[in-house]
Design a protein around this ligand. Structure first.
Ligand code: URA
Length: 437
């Protein structure tokens, strides 16, 4: 039998590069969540983790302790439950398209999503562009809707993995956010507590992403797949580019309009490709298809035959939203003001910085700096040219949708700074950068 260590001993063990047992992590992190261990001791432990890392089993154990720290969704009464997580990016409206595609493929999406913060948007905010759509409902209705339609989506409960909320706030003020095991356990604790059997992760890489390099993104993806697999879930990750914004639109209503076009089979190539790839990966991970080419065909068919669009309509209506806007997306609120950013010289677009686009949307009022702030659904930025395309001096590169000029000057400055033009045609790199399973 091992003796119980006291908290300073646990900190010393991690400082010396040791690996904790599940019981030790329960004592430390479980104790912290219950208010029995103070911030200063956990701060010291977080820095020891930041400097010395964690083993694979240790990271999985930490994640389970965090996942079990609050409410856990019981989806056991549903068949083929699947979930998707994106590490976040600019113009990432993938969930709006992918979740109805998955429902149309006969899978069950009973999902919790977040609101946007800083330069990244959130699925809940985007869905609230449908007047009346409600992200809250009792659990029995959530399960019943998921069973009937194959798609139910609610805001993330405060009681989901509360250990993560507390630890994240502490990491934020102790310079310990950028630690691979801490990021992986933070994301996966919420996914495991959300209950789906199959989870596909879209791990973004590039200027607009949390992870800037492909190596870092691959390491994060591997750590998360490892955690999920050890917890008995089917988990796969796709590594995708987030150097430039996805699709053309960034901003809530504008992204919903683009998602609807994609569900009609008329979406931008990159967005359509990403959603098809992710849906195929879910089919494979869930054991619903064994042939990758056939999985892609089945996924792509849901965008051509109207089945995914029909699921979106049923889902919006079931949660109180005005589903007629799915047929008439032009009636969604889009801000009336227009301005353009033009190319300063002729050449090829070498780079359009995704982060600048995200910050420009924020400046126009389409995002929030702090939790709880109200946002303007109608403002945003349209990317008119993509990297690799030729432009003439004075040709528009971005169109801004603003309300009475609010934040316009700042948005224009941000966007102008993020355009790079070259005289040689840049090498195109694909959207899908790799896979981890
Ligand atoms: N997103 C999370 O949920 N947690 C992290 O630690 C980083 C990004």
């Amino acid at each position: 039998m091992t003796a119980t260590l006291n908290i300073p001993d646990l900190i010393a063990k991690k400082r010396a590069g040791g690996e904790h047992t599940r019981a030790e992590l329960e004592q430390l992190i479980g104790g912290y969540t219950r208010g029995e261990v103070p911030d200063y001791q956990v701060s010291a432990w977080l820095m020891a983790v930041f400097l010395n890392g964690m083993g694979a089993q240790e990271t999985a154990d930490l994640t389970l302790v965090m996942a079990e720290s609050g409410d856990q969704m019981d989806l056991s009464s549903l068949q083929n439950t699947v979930d998707k997580h994106s590490t976040g990016g600019v113009g990432d409206k993938t969930s709006l398209i992918l979740t109805p595609m998955l429902a149309a493929l006969g899978l069950t999406v009973a999902k919790m999503s977040g609101r946007g913060l800083a330069h990244t948007g959130g699925t809940i905010d985007k869905l609230e562009s449908f007047p009346g759509w409600d992200p809250e409902m009792p659990e029995d209705r959530f399960i019943a809707q998921a069973r009937e339609i194959g798609l139910a989506l609610v805001g993330q409960s405060k009681d989901l993995a509360p250990a993560d909320g507390k630890l994240y706030a502490l990491r934020d003020v102790t310079a310990t956010v950028e630690s691979l095991p801490l990021i992986a356990s933070s994301i996966m604790s919420k996914k495991l507590a959300s209950g789906a059997q199959t989870i596909v992760l879209d791990v973004k890489s590039g200027a607009g992403a949390f992870m800037k390099t492909l190596d870092d993104s691959r390491a994060l993806a591997q750590a998360m797949v490892d955690i999920g697999t050890r917890a008995g879930r089917n988990v796969r990750a796709v590594l995708t580019d987030m150097d430039t914004p996805l699709g053309h639109m960034a901003g809530n209503s504008l992204e919903v309009q683009e998602a609807i076009a994609t569900l009609r089979g008329n979406g931008p190539a990159d967005l359509t490709e990403l959603c098809t790839t992710l849906a195929a990966e879910v089919l494979l991970a869930a054991g619903q298809e064994s042939d990758p080419a056939r999985a892609r065909e089945r996924a792509a068919a849901t965008l051509q035959d109207g089945s995914a669009l029909a699921k979106l309509k049923a889902f919006v209506a079931a949660q109180g939203g005005d589903a007629s806007r799915v047929d008439q997306p032009e009636k969604l609120d889009v801000a009336p003001g227009r301005a353009e950013i033009t190319a300063p010289e002729s050449g090829y677009i070498e780079r359009l910085d995704a982060m600048s686009v995200g910050r420009a949307v924020l400046a126009l009022g389409g995002g929030r700096e702090r939790k709880g702030e109200a946002i303007d659904f109608g403002v945003g930025v349209e990317t008119l040219k993509k990297p690799g395309e030729q432009v003439a001096a004075g040709e528009p590169v971005y169109r801004l949708y603003h309300r009475d000029g609010r934040g316009l000057e700042r948005a224009q400055a941000l966007l102008s700074k993020g355009i790079r033009i070259s005289q040689e045609q840049p090498q195109a790199h694909g959207l899908i950068l790799g896979r981890v399973q």
